[in-house]
Design a protein around this ligand. Structure first.
Ligand code: HEC
Length: 181
C-alpha cells in the first residue's frame, strides 16, 4: 500500500475525541486501572519526589523480587490504591525505568473512527517520543506531565513507538504490549 500510513489529519482530531475505544488487551494480567506515570505522580511522588527523584542510590540496586514486594506494599499501603496484578506489573516496569534512568512508554487507549486511530498514553516526562510506520516518522508532543496523544493514523499500519532520552532508546509495538519493560 503506497498511501502514507501515517496521515496527519488534524482537522479530524476533534471528531476523534468522540470515537470508540479499541480494546488494547490486558497484558495477560488484567486491565490497568492506574496508569503508572500519573499514578506515581499522584500517589507516590509526595514521598519519593517527582519521578522518584528522592529515591536513594540503593533503589537501583534492589533485587527484582524486593522491588516487586515494595511496589505491592506501597501501592496498597501509603499509596492508598487497590491495584490488580496488571497495575502492579505496570508500576514495577515504570519503577525499573526510573531506577535505570531509561525512557518509558505506556499506552492508555486507542480511539478509533472508521479509518483512523489515535493512541494516547504517558511516558517519562522529558523523553522525546515518536511513532514510526514503514519509514515514516511522526513526532509526538508530550506534556510536562508526560501525557501524550498521537494524531490520527491509519489503523492498518505497522506502528512502533520510539522514546529517546540522553542515554537510551526504547521501542514499543502497540498490539504486543501496553508498556515498555
Ligand atoms: C507516605 C510516604 C510514602 C508514599 C506515599 C509512598 N512511599 Fe514508597 N517508601 C516510603 C518509605 C518510608 C520507604 C522506605 C521503607 C523501608 O525501607 O522499609 C519506601 C520505600 C519504597 C521503595 C523501596 C526502595 C527504597 O528506596 O526503599 C519503593 C520501590 C517504593 N517505596 C515505591 C513506592 C511507590 C511506587 C509508591 C506509590 C504507589 C510509594 N512508594 C508511595 C514512603 C512512601
Amino acid at each position: 500500500m503506497k498511501t502514507s500510513v501515517i496521515s496527519v489529519l488534524l482537522v479530524l482530531c476533534t471528531i476523534l475525541l468522540s470515537g470508540n475505544t479499541i480494546n488494547l488487551g490486558d497484558n495477560g494480567s488484567g486491565i490497568v486501572k492506574y496508569p503508572p506515570v500519573s499514578t506515581f505522580k499522584s500517589s507516590c511522588a509526595r514521598c519519593h519526589g517527582p519521578q522518584g527523584a528522592s529515591f536513594g542510590e540503593d533503589f537501583g540496586k534492589l533485587p527484582q523480587r524486593e522491588l516487586e514486594r515494595f511496589i505491592r506494599l506501597m501501592m496498597k499501603g501509603p499509596g492508598g490504591l487497590n491495584p490488580n496484578k496488571a497495575d502492579i506489573d505496570a508500576m514495577i516496569a515504570y519503577s525499573q525505568a526510573l531506577a535505570k534512568h531509561r525512557p518509558f512508554i505506556f499506552i492508555t487507549s486507542a480511539d478509533t473512527l472508521t479509518n483512523i486511530i489515535s493512541y494516547s498514553g504517558e511516558s517519562l516526562p522529558g523523553t522525546t517520543l515518536s511513532l514510526t510506520s514503514q519509514g515514516e516518522t511522526l513526532q509526538i508532543k508530550t506534556g510536562k506531565d508526560g501525557k501524550w496523544r498521537t494524531g490520527p493514523v491509519a489503523p492498518s499500519g505497522h506502528f512502533i513507538f520510539i522514546a529517546v532520552d540522553k542515554t537510551d532508546t526504547v521501542r514499543l509495538e502497540p498490539g504486543k504490549a501496553l508498556w515498555t519493560n
